[in-house]
Design a protein around this ligand. Structure first.
Ligand code: ATP
Length: 343
């Protein structure tokens, strides 16, 4: 790990600061030479300063190697405040939202291991809406380029991981043109990967099938909104959203965040589960290790993954969302102990 990394971090809103602080402690442990750069944004920042992000946020974000990001709050009833999450994704062109979901022994009801590749900048999230009298219209945009790059990411991942099947989730029976284009592009890209089996499933059937038998899926690729909804469903199958992390990948910087949101109901109480955020940081180590050809970082990613498994599955250090009584700090300290044992 000779290279010195610059890691940006956004504390975020709600439980964000609690879980980000936990991760910074773990990351400093695993990447001792890393420079940590704070980037400020979010609803709390907006309330203090009148701005949703600091002026040079995007410049700083483009200069770091990767970003650890806590959840950011978008108040549903304040039309003057546009989602910072959506802005960051669009401005940094983070087109792939990669969400690995793996069951935990002793917690999840079913055993499974699947990854959702959610297209992250198009669909309903382009932010083009209008009200015409009593009619409100939101534009849904699917482009061939957008569909192509997320599908290619999903197939490339499946190939590298030695998997067999990739499944596209769509509703092309009703949304014949937009989801029709997504579906067709998926099968076009599939031709570049003759060793993999391309499969398709309608989104409502996918929802049912995921609840009934999640173990049948390996890699799912979806337009933006379906991926958003299905991720929470599979997070529920894992046992808690607090256990799941995600990677937002573009062609430049990657952003690593938990799947969960700001969880205002438990914010400030010291009981937020940091595992989702820790899992996201594990994905960051993997991503940087692969991108920069750094085998030591890859080894440390696997040490972190294993430490999380031991703490949850063997030691039962559980926060209340898992039915336990431990706090954020207890989980963090236990993970660091396991890392120290392995390093
Ligand atoms: P947002 O508006 O940002 O999506 P939300 O509160 O609607 O926020 P989540 O933050 O995803 O949605 O929370 C959904 C539920 O899961 C809440 O009851 C919350 O307390 C719980 N939860 C989410 N993340 C965690 C976590 N890390 N640890 C413990 N509980 C969590």
């Amino acid at each position: 790990m000779a290279r010195r990394y610059r890691i940006g971090f956004v504390r975020g809103d709600g439980i964000g600061p609690e879980v980000v602080d936990a991760v910074l402690e773990v990351v400093s442990h695993l990447m001792p030479g890393a420079e940590l750069v704070e980037l400020q944004a979010g609803y709390e920042y907006y309330r203090r300063t009148g701005k949703s992000m600091e002026d040079d946020f995007l410049e700083k974000a483009r200069e770091v190697d990767a970003i650890i990001k806590g959840p950011l709050y978008t108040p549903p009833h304040d039309p003057s405040f546009r989602s910072v999450n959506v802005l960051i994704r669009r401005e940094l062109d983070l087109y792939a939202n990669v969400r690995p979901f793996r069951s935990f022994r002793g917690i999840s009801q079913r055993q499974f291991n699947l990854v959702i590749f959610r297209e992250n900048v198009e669909g309903e999230y382009v932010g083009v809406e209008g009200v015409f009298g009593d009619v409100a219209v939101s534009l849904r945009v699917i482009t061939r380029r957008g569909a192509e790059r997320i599908c290619r990411q999903a197939f490339s991942y499946a190939k590298a991981a030695g998997l067999k099947r990739v499944t596209v989730v769509h509703k092309a029976n009703i949304l014949k043109l937009s989801d029709g284009l997504f579906r067709q592009t998926f099968f076009d890209v599939a031709k570049e990967f003759p060793d993999l089996v391309p499969e398709e499933i309608i989104v409502d059937t996918a929802t049912y099938a995921l609840v009934k038998s999640p173990e049948k899926f390996q890699v799912l690729v979806t337009p933006n909104l379906y991926g958003d909804i299905l991720s929470d469903l599979v997070g529920g199958l894992v046992g808690s959203l607090g256990l799941c992390g995600s990677a937002l990948i573009g062609d430049r910087v990657g952003v690593f965040e938990p799947v969960h949101g700001v969880a205002l109901d438990i914010a400030g109480k010291g009981v937020a589960n940091p595992v989702g955020m820790l899992t996201a940081s594990k994905l960051m180590l993997d991503h940087l290790g692969q991108k920069r050809g750094d085998p030591e970082l890859l080894r440390r990613a696997s040490i972190l993954d294993n430490a999380i498994r031991v703490v949850i599955e063997d030691r039962g250090v559980w926060t209340p969302d898992l039915g336990g009584r431990c706090g954020t700090r207890d989980v963090t300290s236990a993970v660091i102990e396991e890392i120290d044992r392995a390093l």
